[in-house]
Design a protein around this ligand. Structure first.
Ligand SMILES: CC(C)[C@H](C(=O)O)[C@@H](O)C(=O)O
Ligand code: SF4
Length: 461
């Protein structure tokens, strides 16, 4: 019987149970951050348990770290009591249970989904979990990666295993050359806008086709990052030469790369018959996308106008966003830009934004924040002089962290402000109480910053 890459990796990890019922899976990598781990460690302590495989567990701090004034290099920089307590607690827990941690100020610190791949911890063929919904990101390297809840974090810490129901397989076939300026962010925003925020529920999504093959390794991770915004816990892309090259030489890359590549090369979907469902996308027709509402499915392509009010959710979204049906995307005002997050806070994303911004200034009414996804992204960007480009344009060049992606820290967008953002969620209050988020690609966000409203990047790139 034909199998998908997802079936193959899954099967390689089943310890117990049959298909159709929960199965016990072995976990190769458990990533931990400060928000979803405190009670899990507490549970271990109460039951007098140890961490089963500290060597397969890696922690960092991201959601609660302030990103300004730079450098944020010690716990003393965290003034908010709850944030500080969470960061301190993780530090103490990691010390007590013998877990490696990239703490505040460490050179490996950053958003958990940026540092996993960057350190070579995330590898093809692995099962990777983290108490965070955007764990799907790591599927861009050909792993099965999904978010888990805090009680599951405790289970994985104690046993290095997890019970899961196997989802079905959906193939998303994407073919053709993208227009200049259209990016992987637009592919995933298109899918969610067209098929809704729940189309992937109960499925593992495999993205494939020549458009995907042409994308860089980093661009692929933007797609799998947002699989969860389409309702799928898992998004996966077959690993290829680009993936092998990406992993090679990283801090925690396999010692025997030849053996690893020999195994990774067997990870592919046998034929399309293995999918339970297939969606096809003609990439040549894709335009840049911008979200106008309060969930990622409330988005339109550049040439569309904002939709009619057909239900109460849409009505409420318009009220919250201070917008009206029929408006053109270019007439959406932009007063703030945010470049960062696990969706688009990697080096390549910063390069794309910098290319657009270079030599320009932010429009007079626009505030700009650039928050690299990790300390290492920040250092590399500075070597390339990207910091200077952003600062010259009038942006703030900040320290790494989740920052205003979710505003769990001091980084908040003020009420009523329209923020063009390279992030993945535009829920009410996501970037600050009553802040208005518009999701878009790094190039689109950068262009909006210098114009004070959205512009068609295809016309300027
Ligand atoms: C705080 C964390 C649990 C949450 C998630 O699970 O995704 C956050 O990262 C988010 O993006 O909303
Ligand atoms: S950057 Fe945003 S989406 Fe990613 S883990 Fe942090 S809060 Fe969640």
């Amino acid at each position: 019987m034909a199998s998908t890459i997802f079936d193959k990796i899954w099967q390689n990890h089943v310890i117990e149970g049959n298909e159709g019922e929960p199965q016990l899976l072995y976990v190769d990598l458990h990533l931990v951050h400060e928000v979803t781990s405190p009670q899990a460690f507490e549970g271990l302590r109460e039951n007098n348990r140890k961490v089963r495989r500290p060597d397969k567990t890696f922690a960092t701090v991201d959601h609660n770290v302030p990103t300004n004034p730079s450098p944020v290099d010690s716990i003393e920089n965290i003034h908010d009591k709850i944030s500080r307590l969470q960061v301190e607690t993780l530090q103490n827990n990691c010390q007590e249970f013998g877990i490696k941690m990239a703490g505040i100020g460490a050179k490996d610190q950053g958003i958990v989904h940026v540092i996993g791949p960057q350190l070579g911890l995330s590898q093809p063929g692995k099962i990777i979990v983290c108490g965070d919904s955007h764990t799907s990101t790591h599927g861009g390297l050909g792993a099965i990666a999904f978010g888990i809840g805090t009680s599951e974090v405790e289970h994985v810490l104690a046993t290095q295993t997890i019970w899961q129901m196997k989802p079905k397989n959906m193939g998303i076939k994407i073919q053709g050359k993208l227009a200049k300026g259209v990016s992987s962010k637009d592919i995933i925003m298109h899918l969610i806008a067209k098929y809704g925020a729940n189309f992937g529920v109960g499925y593992a999504l495999e993205f494939y086709g020549d458009t995907i093959e042409d994308l860089s390794q980093e661009a692929r991770m933007t797609i799998t990052n947002m699989a969860i915004e389409g309702g799928a816990k898992v998004g996966i892309i077959k690993p290829d030469e680009k993936t092998f090259e990406y992993v090679a030489g990283r801090k925690y890359a396999p010692e025997d790369m030849d053996a690893a590549i020999a195994y990774w090369s067997q990870l592919y979907t046998d034929s399309e018959e293995a999918f339970d469902k297939i969606i096809t996308v003609d990439a040549t027709q894709l335009e840049p996308y911008v979200s106008w509402g309060t969930n990622p499915a409330m988005a339109v392509s550049f040439s569309e106008k904002l939709p009619k009010i057909t239900d109460s959710n849409i009505k409420q979204a318009y009220e919250y966003m201070g917008l009206e049906p029929g408006i053109k995307v270019e007439n959406i005002p932009v007063e703030w830009i945010f470049i960062g997050s696990c969706t688009n806070g990697r080096l390549e994303d910063l390069k794309k934004a910098a290319e657009v911004i270079k030599g320009h200034k932010l429009a007079p009414n626009v505030t700009g924040w650039v928050v690299p996804g990790s300390r290492s992204v920040k250092t590399q960007a500075e070597k390339l002089g990207l910091d200077k480009i952003f600062i010259d344009a009038g942006c703030e060049w900040r320290d790494p962290g989740c920052s205003a992606c979710l505003a769990m820290n001091p980084d908040k967008i003020p009420a009523g402000i329209h923020c063009a953002s390279t992030t993945n969620r535009n829920f009410e209050g996501r970037q600050g109480a009553n802040a208005r988020t518009h999701l878009a690609s790094p190039a689109m966000v950068a262009a909006a910053g210098i114009n004070g409203h959205f512009v068609d990047i295809r016309k300027i790139s």
